[in-house]
Design a protein around this ligand. Sequence first.
Ligand code: C2E
Ligand code: MG
Ligand code: MG
Length: 761
Amino acid sequence: MSEPDNIVSMNGPGETGKVEYSALSRDEQEKILHLQQAILESVAHGADHMEIINQVCRLEEQLLPNAVGTVMLMDDAYELLNVYAAPSIPPEAVAQLNNLRPGPGAGSCGNVVYRREPQFVSNAFTDPRWQDLRQLALNFNLCSCWSMPIHSGEQKIVGTFALSSFEHRSPSTFHRKLLEIGASIIGIVLERHKAQATLRLFEKAFEGSEEGFMITDLDQRILSVNPAFARVFGYLDRDLIGQTPKMLASGRHDAAFYEAMWQSIGNFGHWRGEIWNRRKNGEIFPEWLSIAAVNDADGHTTHYIGTFSDISERKTAEAQIEYLSSHDTLTGLPNRMLFKDRLENAIAFATRAHSKVALLNLDLDNFKLLNDSLGHAAGDALLCAISARLKSCVRDTDSLCRLGGDEFLIVLTHMPDAESISTVVLAMLEQISNPIELDGRDLSLSASIGIAVYPEDGDDFETLLKRSDKAMFHAKEAGRNTYRYFTEQLNTDSLEHLRIAHGLREAVTRNQFTLHYQPQIDLATRRLIGAEALVRWNHPSEGLIQPGRFIGIAEQTGLIVEIGEWVLHEACRQAVAWQQAGLPPMQVAVNMSAVQFRRGNVEKSVRYALEQSGLDPQFLEIEITESVLLHDMDHMLELIKNLKGLGLKLAIDDFGTGYSSLAYLKKFKVDRLKIDQSFVRDIARDLDDMAIVSAIVQMARILNLRTIAEGVETLGQLEFLSSQGCEEAQGFLFSKPLPPEQFEAFVRSTASIQRPEPDNA
Ligand code: C2E
Ligand code: MG
Ligand code: MG
């Protein structure tokens, strides 16, 4: 153990400094010269960097017999050393050297990085710097090891070059020079390799880029183009090289354009903008071009680089966006914005021609129901079919637009009079009502159309739109599948609408509602089985207002939730009061609006009403329309299940007017179907109505549901209903809805109704 423990003294002063050539013998100088020459030759022959590094190792091994050369490099994270080249070291030794973490015991190389200076260890078996690698030294008989840092271009230590000997020895000046030269050459080779890799990357980017690149000299002669450039223009490289970009000009820009461009390049070193050029096939196209001047170290321009992308697709996309923003994506019809333009043009034209323009506001009837029950894809298909039919009804000069949902606007131009407008509108209603085949079944639709006419009803889009909308609602109220013109009366109606909406709020707080009860009769026994509670508004100045005038508005304003709760409480309270007064127990039916289900907490209200009144739930029936069930089915299933769990009954009101589906009647465990008045009205005469009613009754029987006919007014109706097996009825034939005290009297006087008289009411 000849080495002292003190490491600094091991390397000694001067050991880290560079060896001067003059310190070498002539023979040694020559050897080094030969080494350098051999490597220079390899470089000149284009040898690859790995080859050269291995060559350095081997040449140095020749100059230092009984030793092996190793190059180790730091990994990317700059944490561990790995063997990069070691042509004479067995792979097992390489494996053990890899992943070497620089540190005080990490051998000569680990210490070079750790201490940032050359390390000369002459006895690896005893030197503390080899502490961690001792076994390796013993296994492979590495007796001594000298290691030199390899620097990057920025003078950072990136690795080590080492000569390990199979004998204990210390380096002479010549040996140190060998290590220095080796490390320095390897550093340069690595640096050059890195630069080449970067250059290759740039080349790849240039070659592979989707953007076109062009390099020209000062005279704008093309020196080089990349494949994207040639591809976009449709030329081969060789067609372009040596030419000037003038050969690509489209002819769309004048001399001033190019002058301004070159002026910008001269002043600011670059230009950027949209420019039209010509492809080889003659087609001209827009490109986004950027030209930059390349300057040398002295600031003199030597080249120009042009980069461009073909923006014809973007331009097309822009046109597409323009289209999309002015059209409805589903039907391809103009949207409101574009439609407004067209209507305004039509008005301007009509003003000069003294003709009329009609704005039709068309809303499909019960479309939401269809959409909810058939699914949105089917709904979309229906909308497309309808829009195609509407198009077929109008002329080229007319316009059609979808406002959204199931609402369409149509402008009819050059209309001489109202009659010609009505003709088109009737044609539309007929077109719409023709069955539409969808997935193998025929669906029937209808629409309500409101009409506002220029110049009578207004001379701008907003006014006409508002008025056609009012007229459309009027058409809906009139029973749908029809049209209505705007009239001043409608304006008055909307005033009344406002008045009612306003008054209702007060009616709720002042408790101005009252319930009338309409008897329900079992047709077989002619006995009273129950009553439907129907709300009335006891208006302080107008007297009794029927629900038809305010329920819709109460729904719109949401007040129906509070009104509905009151109705429920009052009906339950009254039922119990009658029972206590000795009337025979009977069922009371309460109407519930879809809005209550959407906005209120129906389950809680019902529970509370039952609790408060003490009514046995079997005597309460809830009447809902089909649309209530179709909205948010899963939620409704849960809710109805809970309601029915309380023990009450469920009836479907106005049955047959919605999208009547068997599936949900079963699912929701409905108890009764109320056949809508509209079918009962003409049942004695109208064959269709007869067929519908008899179908409903049969279907109900199969599903084990009871049927009750609404609006029975005549004996003829009653007979037909009985003959079809309809079990129950309600209507003026038996009694009008009655105030509670009259209802009580009615019940007491007719505990059993044997022979109803038509004027009974
Ligand atoms: P609905 O539930 O279908 O009630 C039946 C309507 O038909 C009642 O009109 C009733 O007076 C009327 N009616 C009964 N028998 C005959 C008849 O023989 N001939 C004719 N032409 N009509 C008859 P009403 O009371 O004006 O109620 C209209 C609608 O208002 C009700 O239709 C119901 O949808 C709604 N409604 C009434 N009360 C309430 C309520 O408390 N809450 C809710 N949400 N809606 C209610
Ligand atoms: Mg009802
Ligand atoms: Mg009804």
